[in-house]
Design a protein around this ligand. Structure first.
Ligand code: AMP
Ligand code: MG
Length: 410
């Protein structure tokens, strides 16, 4: 058996960041920038008002209350050039509208009283020069660097790029991930189960995990325990996807043909890792005709094992392919207090227990308890789990002790 750290560094070493691609901003949320970006427009592009009210000359308000002649109206979207503010004048103005020539302050509408016919306005308080004016370039100046390479794009970043007039962004191309399940016992068409059959659940869970990670999942189907069929599916997958995730057929069974095929067409390492669940893992690459190496994750078939294996190896590997930094590959991890015993025995392995986890406001701590039966086939507890608790080798973790947990939900 090898350690979790050794297995992870082997896997991550085989997951190279993808090439840069230019995408429309609307398609780039959550992706990692391959290049920085520089603004070639200022924001705001012109001085404008932050308030609805009146554009005035600040000096005219010094002796407030004063009555000013209303010389016009400027709405957002108008240029304002043909509504200059002369001495003793005010121009009615709406939030976002350009400050008209001659004006140097805004009086908010709440501090004014317009005459019934709109021809004059009383300004009740004096305002300083620049009052409520957002100067041109106050936010971004043309030439400012608005984005660094290696940035994970948030809605805020996309808004910033849009506001400086950029329409596209250079990002690391995220992987398209093919998902295959294998096994003669599996049924995926909703038909009644014949003796010995079970339903294929892994393919849906794994596709969903890929999608939840922000990547495109490609359904490569359910493949029988047949060497030729498995080889055809793997080759097709390697030709059409950037990474493959398979489940089943990687343990020591007699019909584990995934192993046979991958050993022949791929460059694989078969690992037994000192963790429970998800001890077996195959990882390596299949080379395409053009020499591109496509990472292959051969996950164990047991449903809980395949999900835990995805969390520990696939998510970080795929995120690395998408350009995420070494410290940003995993789900958020917190330290939690154990509320009920998390049962285990010393066996030389780190256990990943499926737990219910919540944040307790009163004690300002995360609290965990078992989410249910902990077998590698117990999907009910996996589905109920909010987190995976890392139990180091040793006996049962008793109430009051702390454990590290990976949060499966935000
Ligand atoms: P294997 O790794 O192929 O030996 O499978 C280990 C266990 O996982 C067996 O009980 C399989 O029936 C089960 N299993 C394998 N693939 C799937 C799947 N796609 N969905 C649900 N269970 C599976
Ligand atoms: Mg099998």
């Amino acid at each position: 058996m090898i350690s979790l750290d050794e297995a992870r560094s082997f896997v991550l070493g085989g997951c190279e960041p993808g090439p840069a691609v230019t995408l429309p901003l609307a398609d780039a949320l959550g992706l990692v920038t391959a290049q920085g970006a520089v603004a070639d427009e200022a924001v705001p592009p012109f001085a404008n008002t932050a308030m609805d009210g009146f554009a005035v000359r600040a000096a005219d308000t010094a002796a407030a209350p004063v009555t000013l002649r209303v010389a016009g109206t400027v709405r957002a979207g108008m240029s304002g050039a043909d509504s200059p503010v002369g001495p003793g004048e005010a121009v009615r103005i709406m939030t976002g509208a350009p400050v008209p020539p001659g004006a140097d302050a805004i009086v908010m509408v709440e501090l004014t009283e317009a005459a019934a016919d709109g021809s004059t306005v009383v300004v009740r308080e004096a305002v300083p020069e620049g009052n409520h004016i957002r100067p041109a370039g106050d936010d971004v100046v043309a030439g400012d660097r608005v984005l660094e390479p290696g940035t994970v794009l948030t809605p805020g970043h996309l808004g910033l790029l849009a506001t400086v007039g950029l329409r596209q962004v250079d990002v690391v191309r995220p992987p398209r991930v093919g998902v295959i399940s294998t096994g003669d016992e599996l049924v995926d068409d909703g038909s009644p189960l014949a003796p010995g059959q079970i339903r294929d659940s892994n393919r849906l869970t794994l596709r969903s995990l890929v999608a939840e990670s922000g990547f495109e999942a490609v359904d490569l189907g359910l493949v029988r325990d047949d060497e030729a069929a498995i080889e055809a599916a793997m080759r097709h997958g390697a030709d059409t996807c950037d990474a493959l995730v398979t489940s089943g057929g990687v343990s020591m069974g007699d019909f584990d043909f995934v192993k046979v095929v991958l050993d022949r067409i791929g460059d694989m390492r078969w690992m037994q890792i000192s963790i429970k669940p998800a001890k077996p893992l195959a990882f390596g690459t299949i080379s395409r005709a053009d020499g591109t190496r496509v990472p292959v994750f051969g996950l164990p078939g047991n449903p809980v094992s395949s999900m835990v294996s995805f969390e520990l190896f696939c998510r970080p590997g795929l995120r690395r392919m998408a350009g995420h930094a070494a410290g940003d590959l995993d789900r958020a991890t917190v330290v939690a207090v154990v509320d009920e015993p998390l049962r285990r025995r010393p066996d030389g392995k780190t256990h990943f227990a499926r737990v219910a986890c919540h944040y307790d406001e009163a004690t300002a701590t995360y609290r965990v308890r078992s989410a249910g039966a902990q077998g590698s086939h117990h999907m009910a507890a996996m589905a109920a789990a909010d987190a995976l608790a890392e139990l180091p080798d040793g006996p049962t973790v008793e109430p009051g002790a702390t454990v590290r947990v990976r949060l499966l939900r935000p």
